[in-house]
Design a protein around this ligand. Structure first.
Ligand code: G6P
Length: 586
């Protein structure tokens, strides 16, 4: 949520470098953007705009130092004044911020009484003035930022540039910040993927850590204020993976990456899967937690563990988990699922569970992320950067891993690998027949409502499918357990209402078919997704049966429908309105 990028180094096009960095971070927020550039005479030039960066270019200013921000609005509307960077009154301190300053009103009043005038409605501008005020008594930039930062309540990441000292100071508590060296250049960003084109070795700042970059060199400080050794990590992906590579949108590209990804997970994750199974076996209660798409993968996990391994595994939406941690004790195992590894609601719940001495086994796509670092053991999805705001390949990767772990627990690893191979082939088949799904989308894109039904493990897939469709196409889509139909949902069915029904050839088949008849009798346009056709379907999309892994090709159907519905309605599927990929605020 909000992207930060800063550069200082020998290249004289610092502004353009920062702009490119912001473009790669734009999925973190695209309400507005801004860049501050240090000009040759040491003054600061700020350029800010509302809306997406798109193909924006900056006027050429010779500069070796710049910092920028792409915003997801929290405090204050989407206006140019509220866009970052924010400046101190004398224009000599530049600030970009990610997070929420919970006590900003108190601090703002205090600063106003001291005579500070505010240009924006943001909580972020408060930090710029607070640092300027602190500097009056604490001249060292690091000590000054630290002193001011300690007064902020909330989870925040701040990068501050002192023009007079030509010094950056970055500090964080909760919101991610990553540092890299590339030759003589120094860079900071909210996300390692943005640094990958410059360097594959990055340093993830820990909470409370602080880094100073000045003409004298760069220095790293721990939360105790003492100098700390920098430990860099090698990124596990190629910068090329973060490019469109010929696809019109990242969402489409990432959907297409799934067959290969599932095959890779099947083959390459054996050791990680074994270790995860042992941790679950040894636990006294396992809890899968996640937000959004990750929460539906977690819910699917509860069905897979129950059915495949006869094991009760708990599930909670991460934002609700904090209200359920009374059950957590020393032998509990908490399994946060998170593509980014930075979702604040997940981090909060995990922090609480850690205080109760639970063990943490993270499943994430981002090496070095907060949840990766908080874990006793972390499994990496290895899906490469996921850039579209809505999650596709990270979902199927999580489900594939959970399915393998469930089979490992049940002592039939080969069976798990076999079904996943079938699933990879079935996804490839969906890719080959995507035009059928485009035709279906053409039929439905004028509808206001759409429903998705499934039973058993297809229920979380119905939820995920509805989320996929609504978040990119803005059609009101709801997923339901097919059995709940008669308890209210059926009142919403009208003549022609599209109802997507997942009906794999498993123990749910006949009951789900009854649901199809019930909605059809009330005028629904029924789309059956199954390995078995039926007269009840107005439209039928064949999916090869892959036992418990059938949910993987099934969800790809909805990924395509969402994508095509968005494109047909003229929306950008990669950047849906109001959303951001990495939700680092509450
Ligand atoms: C946001 C994204 C979703 C994602 C969710 C959880 O809401 O738009 O696509 O599923 O965050 O993100 P995580 O990184 O924790 O998986």
């Amino acid at each position: 949520m909000c992207g930060i990028f800063a550069y200082t180094g020998p290249d004289a096009t610092a502004g353009a470098i920062v702009l490119e960095g912001l473009k790669s971070l734009e999925y973190r927020g695209y309400d507005s953007w801004g860049v501050a550039i240090r000009t040759a005479d040491g003054t600061i030039s700020v350029i800010k705009h509302t809306g997406k960066i798109g193909s924006a270019k900056l006027p050429h200013i010779v500069s070796h130092t710049a910092l920028g921000h792409t915003r997801w609005a929290t405090h204050g509307g989407v206006t140019q004044a509220n866009a970052h960077p924010h400046l101190s009154s004398d224009g000599k301190i530049v600030l970009v911020h990610n997070g929420i300053v919970e006590n900003y009103q108190t601090l703002k009043r205090e600063l106003q009484e001291l005579g500070y005038a505010f240009r924006s409605e943001t909580d972020s501008e408060v930090i710029a003035h607070l640092i300027a005020e602190t500097r009056k008594s604490v001249s060292d930039p690091v000590a000054c930022v630290r002193t001011a930062f300690e007064r902020l309540i909330g989870m925040n990441g701040v990068v501050c540039y002192f023009a007079d000292d030509d010094t950056f100071v970055a500090v964080k508590n909760g919101s991610p910040l990553v540092f890299a060296r590339a030759g003589k250049a120094r860079l900071l960003a909210s996300d390692p993927a943005a640094l990958a084109p410059h360097s594959r070795e990055v340093l993830f700042l820990e909470d409370g850590d602080c880094i100073a970059i000045s003409p004298d060199g760069d220095t790293y400080y721990g939360a105790d204020g003492m100098k700390k050794q920098m430990v860099f990590q090698l990124l596990d992906f190629d910068p090329e993976d973060a490019q469109l590579n010929g696809f019109p949108h990242f969402m489409l590209k990432e959907i297409h990456e799934q067959p290969e990804l599932i095959r890779r997970i099947t083959e390459a994750q054996e050791e990680a899967v074994k270790k995860a199974a042992v941790m679950i076996r040894e636990s006294y209660g396992t809890y899968l937690v996640g937000c959004g798409t990750a929460s539906y993968a977690a819910l699917a996990g509860t069905y897979l563990f129950s059915k495949i391994a006869g094991r009760h595994v708990n599930f909670s939406i991460a934002s609700e988990f904090a209200y359920l941690t009374q059950f957590i004790r020393e032998r509990s195992l908490v399994v946060p699922l998170s593509q980014s590894g930075e979702t604040i609601d997940v981090i909060d719940g995990v922090r609480d569970a850690k205080m109760r001495k639970a063990r943490i086994m993270t499943i994430t796509n981002v090496q070095g992320s907060s949840l990766f670092r908080m874990a006793d053991y972390a499994l990496l999805l290895g899906a490469g950067p996921e850039k579209a705001v809505c999650s596709t390949k990270a979902f199927t990767a999580k489900v594939a891993l959970l399915l393998l772990i469930a089979h490992e627990l049940a002592g039939n690893r080969e069976r798990g690998q076999e079904t996943l191979k079938q699933a990879a082939a079935a996804v490839a088949d969906v890719l080959d027949r995507k035009d059928e799904l485009r035709a279906l989308a053409e039929r439905m894109h004028h509808r206001d409502h759409l429903f998705v039904l499934g039973r058993g493990v297809s229920y979380p897939v119905a939820l995920e499918s509805a989320l996929k469709i609504k978040e990119v196409s803005y059609i009101h889509a709801e997923g339901f357990a097919a059995g709940e139909l008669k308890h209210g949902v059926i009142a919403l069915i009208e003549q022609g209402t599209p109802v997507l029904i997942y009906n794999p050839d498993d123990e749910t088949y006949h009951d789900t078919l009854s649901a199809a008849h019930e909605v059809k009798a009330r005028g629904a346009y029924v789309i059956g997704v199954s390995s078995r056709n039926s007269d009840v379907y107005d439209a039928y999309f064949h999916i090869d049966d892959c036992a418990d892994a059938t949910i993987i090709p099934n969800v790809v159907v909805a990924q395509f429908l969402g994508y095509y519905l968005a494109v047909l309605k003229g929306f950008d599927p990669d950047k849906p309105r109001n959303l951001a990929k990495s939700v680092t605020v509450k």
